[in-house]
Design a protein around this ligand. Structure first.
Ligand code: SAM
Length: 234
């Protein structure tokens, strides 16, 4: 049975503030102290960021475009967005992540012409408000069952004026992932589990709130699978 209430979210917040933060900071960093699986995930995730930047810039320059990076992690998307001239509002449920992202963004962006350092905030995406040209939410839905993902997608769509980009672990790779999941995510004693989503379910959640998928992308490496969808108003 799906969990009702704030259970998943509290577990996720705790995980990404403490143990999960330490683990993912390494994966999303550039130091050598990662194992083979972590390195594979680092490379896969970098490809996702690259795909998303390509999708966004294919539609025109990002200069002056407002972008909400919901669940920004260590800022790996926020930083290239800012480099392209976007006005970035980045947030994450984990204060540790936000503080790391802030440090990284300053290192990478301070003193650069025509670049605004992203505005960082500790917030779960469900509490975000305002309007942004573009809303992006990468590799966050994996922490939530579809029943919660529906509401998260509806909320993110309500913040977006033009486009919404989501990435998630697709159910198509269920068996592949099952075999590897022990490596990918900590066991129940340590915290979060991974939820896969079917593309049809994501598409339906978008359709329910009046959005349709315009572009699709897919990143796969040995241990990392991420479906990317770009949605616009139907
Ligand atoms: N989007 C980032 C990226 O692709 O580099 C980080 C991805 S990381 C796998 C998942 C992130 O989602 C974590 O930083 C976690 O704290 C954040 N997160 C999980 N649930 C969230 C929620 N309900 N609202 C906001 N952030 C959330």
């Amino acid at each position: 049975a799906e969990e009702v209430g704030g259970g998943d979210k509290e577990v996720v917040r705790e995980y990404f503030t403490n143990d999960g933060f330490q683990r993912w900071k390494k994966i999303y960093g550039d130091t050598d102290d990662v194992n083979k699986v972590q390195l594979d995930i680092r490379i896969g995730h970098a490809k996702t960021v690259e795909n998303v930047m390509q999708m966004l810039t294919d539609e025109g320059s990002l200069r002056g475009v407002t972008v909400c990076d919901a669940g920004c992690g260590t800022g790996l998307l926020s930083i290239p967005l800012a480099k392209e001239g976007a006005i970035v509002s980045a947030s994450d449920i984990s204060a540790s992540m936000v503080s790391e992202a802030q440090t990284k963004a300053k290192e990478a962006l301070q003193g650069k012409d025509d670049v605004q350092i992203p505005k960082f905030e500790v917030s779960d995406l469900e509490s975000l408000n305002g309007k942004y040209d573009t809303v992006v939410c990468l590799d966050v839905l994996i922490h939530y069952p579809q029943i919660k993902a529906d509401g998260m997608i509806a909320h993110l769509a309500s913040l977006a004026e033009n486009r919404l980009i989501l990435s998630f672990a697709p159910k198509t790779f269920y068996y592949d992932l099952l075999k590897r999941i022990g490596e990918l995510f900590p066991g129940p004693s340590k915290a979060t589990r991974a939820y896969l989503h079917s593309e049809a379910d994501i598409e339906q959640a978008l359709r329910k709130v009046g959005w349709k998928i315009r572009k699709r992308g897919l990143t796969t490496t040995q241990f990392y699978f991420s479906r990317i969808v770009e949605a616009v108003r139907a």
